[in-house]
Design a protein around this ligand. Structure first.
Ligand code: DP6
Length: 364
């Protein structure tokens, strides 16, 4: 599918006067990382992620038809029960980018109410779950206006719109493994939206766990948007994009064959390559903290001693995602609580696992 396929061409919103839609949308953790993009939100390389479950955003979009079309977007945003005008510019920009595909936006007054299952200040990026939840709510309104759209189109367009809000958000619509970005070996892959990993996933990856160790709960010093931009004239950019493409091929095989050792090697190398890009950009920066490294070394030692398949990954921050298979959950949970929690801010951590994607919450 191409961009024009996502334009709602002829529509009649006169029957849809008011209503609301609520979506619960998970966060995701990339295994092969998206870092570097072009306008409009086109990734420089393919990425693949586990959809999460316990970390989610719950968003309700209320809509009320205006007497006449406005020449600007009319919306209020509430976050955790309080009005949040500081979120307005990001949503305004999102609406601007998606308006050509959902031309009914200026026909309505909106109220957006959002809650996260994880603390906003946890250092966990909320843009993936937040933007995908809002995109799904907008799609629910489109479906009210045009009830003939199929579920497949609904999900693809939700991912397409979410991407325009935040790149990684396009990987938060469905589960369990999502690929975003063209890749010759991944059938159906696209730069425009995320797709479900098209091959059978080996049972070793069923119910995979992700325990998120909250090393640093402060706001990030460098936003992802700025980080992506620094890849534009990064001396190692082209090599990095080649490396990511090759890691997609390798991880695709490991996921199908159940090769946990290979999976561990790719996932950790990806996390460190992402942070290496940050450390070698101009200006350079470091998002890892001393405790991030202490945790990594502890994980490596534990793996050497026990032959476990535990591994870590990082997003654009200091927190550590500890990944491990279902059949190791007891021994790894013991290790985490006895040896790793001490490195978390106020001992905070979140037990998450691979999830099935977004769900609509029926109206009361
Ligand atoms: C390191 O999706 O947050 O988490 O498109 O500018 O909103 P924008 O960036 P964002 O970048 C995520 C970067 C990452 C890697 C990943 O999730 O693939």
């Amino acid at each position: 599918m191409i961009e024009v396929d996502f334009v709602l061409k002829k529509y009649n919103s006169s029957n849809v006067i008011s209503g609301s839609a609520t979506w619960k949308t998970p966060s995701n953790i990339a295994l092969v990382k998206y870092w570097g993009k072009q306008e409009p939100q086109i990734p420089e390389n393919t990425s693949i992620s586990f959809t999460l479950d316990a970390c989610f955003t719950l968003t309700t979009l209320e809509y009320k038809k205006r007497n006449e079309k406005s020449n600007h977007f009319n919306f209020e945003i509430y976050f955790e029960g309080a009005k949040k005008d500081s979120f307005k510019p990001k949503i305004e920009l999102f609406f601007k980018r998606i308006e050509q595909y959902v031309p009914f936006l200026k026909d309505y007054d909106f109220k957006i109410e959002s809650h996260n299952s994880f603390p906003h200040s946890s250092g966990i990026a909320s843009s993936a779950s937040g933007m995908s939840a809002l995109a799904l709510c907008v799609m629910s309104l489109e479906k009210e206006i045009n009830p003939t759209i199929t579920e497949e189109y609904f999900n693809k367009k939700a991912s397409f719109l979410a991407r325009l809000g935040s790149g990684s958000a396009c990987r938060s619509i469905e589960g369990e493994l999502i690929v975003w970005g063209n890749h010759t070996e991944i059938v159906g892959s696209s730069n425009l939206f995320g797709i479900k990993f098209p091959f059978k996933i080996h049972k070793n990856f069923k119910n995979y766990h992700d325990t998120i160790l909250l090393v640093d709960e402060d706001e990030k010093q460098v936003s992802s948007t700025v980080g992506h931009k620094l890849m534009d004239d990064h001396p190692f950019a082209q090599q990095r994009f080649k490396q990511a493409a090759s890691n997609i091929s390798k991880i695709s095989k490991a996921l199908q064959k159940g090769n946990l050792k290979e999976f561990v090697a790719i996932v950790e190398s990806e996390a460190l390559s992402l942070h290496a890009m940050m450390m070698t950009s101009n200006p350079y920066f470091i998002l890892m903290k001393p405790n991030t490294l202490k945790i990594i070394h502890k994980i490596w030692r534990f793996r050497d001693e026990t032959n476990s398949n535990i591994c870590f990954t990082l997003d654009a921050g200091a927190n550590v995602h500890v990944l491990f298979p279902e059949n190791e959950k007891e021994v790894v949970n013991n290790f985490i609580t006895s040896e790793l929690i001490q490195f978390c801010q106020e001992n905070h951590y979140i037990c998450d696992r691979i999830g099935q994607g977004a769900t609509q919450i029926p109206n009361m």
